[in-house]
Ligand binder design. Structure first.
Ligand SMILES: [Zn+2]
Ligand SMILES: [Zn+2]
Ligand SMILES: [Zn+2]
Length: 107
């Protein structure tokens, strides 16, 4: 496990959009400002590491759940045959359902 700065609130521990109240805690790190991820991990390309859903600016990224990175797949991987490595569903508003936005699958 390693501890990384929460991408969603950029380490502030506060909800970046203040949906409930400007002082409410970040829903991703629960106000800690950092999140734990198993090693090794991969920066999330779906949200470009921001942790924010690119298609719903106040939501967490559906691939990394707001952390900005996710645990890497173990073992050998290959490019997702469904999205051809794009990580997005055909319409582009959702992550690819086959690789779950991770762009690669376990071989
Ligand atoms: Zn946070
Ligand atoms: Zn993400
Ligand atoms: Zn895919």
């Amino acid at each position: 496990m390693s501890r990384i700065v929460c991408a969603f609130c950029i380490g502030s521990g506060k909800d970046p959009f203040g949906i409930l109240s400007p002082r409410s805690a970040c829903q991703v790190c629960l106000g800690r400002g950092t999140v734990e991820l198993p090693e090794p991990h991969t920066p999330c390309r779906y949200c470009q590491g921001s942790g924010v859903n690119p298609h719903g600016s106040r939501l967490t990224c559906p691939v990394c759940w707001g952390k900005g990175a996710y645990s890497s797949l173990e073992g050998e991987t290959e490019t997702c045959p469904q999205c051809h490595g794009a990580g997005k569903a055909p319409l582009g508003y959702l992550p690819c359902s086959y690789c779950l936005g991770k762009e690669v699958i376990r071989r």
